[in-house]
Design a protein around this ligand. Structure first.
Ligand code: IPM
Ligand code: MG
Length: 360
């Protein structure tokens, strides 16, 4: 089969890690007889520098016409980069929000898995991590405070800013269904996270999720307040299977979740919508401090490419082959800087990509 992949290298380490994922995809194409056709697109800071906008209408259109999008990372160092002072809708991050919304990708999957080979990198004590946890954050991605009305003004000489957090029942219902469907293929537990003791949107969230839950009697549903959830992730992460939550809570909890695995450089993510087109990207950021030095870990992007094969192209065998190849290279003791520990062999971005290719 032929697949058209939009590649968005982005900023910082983005180009280096996307290049490695592309090598891996090419190898999969050769071994399994698929043709991956790439179109490189600009987004984020790279697009601002070239066009003045973080995502142009043409780029969005090209992404829509592709079968799937693979993204590196966008943005510069907070407070330091040349893009930081731009108005909000012209900053690199705005490109990311616009492409998510423009492609209708309301469902963001962020797995948090403790890789057995990297157990020691987990910052939690072993009695807490239990040496094993595997949950996934299902984050609503195109609603809530990220997309609500906002303004900054001066009222009676006082500077004031307002962000609003709207959700309607349809937005909640469709993401809840995703979470239940995913849970069905896993350990059949959904923990819906909200702040229903304070927020109206959270009360509605809880109500709608409990209605959807009735359609999934085989899946266990629990509700948890977001502050408690933040604590439970570091107290007993193995209690979770699927965490379902709104956009901003999901942003925060998914970073926490990836950090407790000790290997944020390993974690992929998928953003999905109604159709097959998805956007796949590592869970980590653009790491401008190590950009261009062959130090970045390409594994999260390579595993994101595997998720793309699985969710957008239904190529399960090929996706698993990539995951197995990554696992073998870790078994052999090869590590990039971020996951290096005693008695392992330090390698760079390119060598990591080459070694994964060699296992396919
Ligand atoms: C993420 C990032 C983005 C978000 C930023 C870069 C806009 O933190 O994907 O988690 O908040 O969604
Ligand atoms: Mg984030």
């Amino acid at each position: 089969m032929k697949y058209k992949i939009a590649l968005i290298p982005g900023d910082g380490i983005g180009p280096e890690i996307v290049a490695e994922a592309r090598k891996v995809l090419d190898r999969v194409g050769t071994v399994y007889g698929h043709e991956f056709l790439y179109e490189e697109l600009l987004m984020g800071g790279a697009s601002i520098d070239a066009t003045g906008e973080p995502l142009t209408a043409e780029t969005l259109q090209k992404a829509k016409e592709s079968d799937s999008v693979l993204l590196g990372a966008v943005g510069g160092a907070v407070g330091q980069s040349k893009w930081y002072e731009l108005p909000p809708n012209l900053r690199p991050e705005a490109g990311l929000l616009k492409i998510r919304k423009g492609l209708g990708l309301f469902c963001n999957l962020r797995p948090a898995v403790l890789f057995p080979q990297l157990k020691h990198a987990c910052p939690l004590k072993e009695e807490i991590s239990k040496g094993k946890f595997d949950f996934t954050v299902v984050r609503e991605l195109t609603g809530g405070v990220y997309f609500g009305e906002r303004k900054t003004e001066i009222e009676k000489g006082i500077r004031k800013a307002v962000d609003t957090m709207p959700y309607d029942e349809n937005e909640i219902c469709r993401i809840a269904k995703w979470a239940f469907e995913i849970a069905r293929k896993r350990r059949k537990q959904v923990c819906s996270v909200d702040k229903a003791n304070v927020l109206d949107t959270s009360r509605l969230w809880r109500e709608v999720v409990s209605e959807v839950a009735k359609e999934y009697p085989d899946v266990q549903i629990t509700n948890m307040l977001v502050d408690n959830c933040a604590m439970q992730i570091v107290k007993d992460p193995s209690q979770f299977d699927v965490i379902l939550t709104e956009n901003m809570f999901g942003d925060i909890l998914s970073d926490e979740a990836s950090m407790v695995t000790g290997s944020i450089g390993m974690l992929p993510s998928a953003s999905l919508g109604e159709g097959k087109l998805g956007l796949y990207e590592p869970s980590h950021g653009s790491a401008p401090d190590i950009a261009g030095q062959d130090k970045a870990n390409p594994i999260a992007t390579i595993l994101s490419a595997a998720m793309m094969l699985r969710y957008s192209f239904d190529l399960e065998k090929e996706a698993s082959a990539i995951e197995d190849a990554v696992s073998k290279v870790l078994d052999q003791g090869y590590r990039t800087m971020d996951i290096k520990s005693d008695n392992t062999i330090l390698i760079g971005t390119k060598e990591m990509g080459d070694r994964i290719v060699a296992q396919l």
